[in-house]
Design a protein around this ligand. Structure first.
Ligand code: 3PY
Ligand code: MG
Length: 237
């Protein structure tokens, strides 16, 4: 079943709760290009009741990945994973030894399931590697096959930039559609999940039909700006 993901950039638990009430299967709090600092992330993770709460971390950096998980994220989306070595770095940062090198400190994560042994709680987290460069595309099979990488998530803007096509989501150029199909195939061949960032319902449906397991359907900043523009225009019409 396809997972419908909501994308959250506004670092405000109240706004995040209103947005999440739409009923997304998962939400992603964006620490790369969104406004979250550590404190805001902690508060929003505690406030959100969505079944799966992912955090897009600022960088492929074990300290940032460990912190997001300690704060209670159910998984991380790691930007710009360009090689098998980089995939290994992020995967190991997500899991405790012997599977990885995450430092022990469950913190607020333990509030989610106080009776669960920390290892089983940590084992259920999802590690998503972002495929968003030509280099990543060239190594996509090796990234997908990396133990501990649970899914490949496409950043269409950076991917299109890297392919020399300029930034933008919801793209229909054959070269981009071929890259998307290639990434989805690589994930499936390795028994992993595939996901893609979209900003329209139509494109999210198209990607779900193509085979993607998780589609980002709406982004809080775009929804906010679009609704204000549309209502103002309607009032003036
Ligand atoms: C991209 O499109 O590059 C992304 O990272 C989506 O947020
Ligand atoms: Mg990106």
């Amino acid at each position: 079943m396809v997972r419908y993901n909501g994308w959250i950039s506004i670092p405000e638990p109240y706004a995040n709760g209103l947005f999440a009430q739409a009923g997304f299967d998962s939400v992603t709090l964006d620490c790369q290009h969104g406004g979250f600092d550590e404190r805001a992330l902690a508060l929003s993770l505690q406030a959100l009741k969505t079944p799966q709460r992912l955090v897009r971390v600022l960088w492929n950096e074990p300290a940032l990945i460990g912190k997001a998980l300690d704060l209670g994220a159910d998984g991380v989306i790691v930007p710009l994973v360009n090689s098998a070595a980089e995939a290994r770095r992020m995967a190991e940062a997500c899991r405790y030894p012997p599977k990885g090198s995450r430092s022990f400190g469950p913190g607020p994560a333990a509030l989610r399931a106080p009776d669960a042994p920390y290892a089983s709680l940590a084992d259920s987290i999802e590690a998503w590697a972002m495929i968003e460069t030509r280099e990543a595309l060239d190594s996509v099979d090796a990234i997908a096959a990396t133990p501990g990488v649970d899914g490949l998530f496409v950043g269409p803007n950076d991917l299109a930039l890297s392919l020399g096509l300029g930034a933008g989501s919801n793209r229909q150029e054959p070269e981009i559609l071929a890259a998307l199909a290639r990434i989805d195939r690589a994930a499936k061949a390795a028994g992993k999940m595939s996901g893609v960032f979209c900003t329209t319902a139509a494109y999210a449906r198209q990607m779900a039909t193509l085979g993607f397991d998780m589609v980002t359907t709406a982004s809080d900043t775009l929804v906010f700006a679009d609704a204000a523009r549309r209502i103002l225009a309607e009032a003036k019409a």
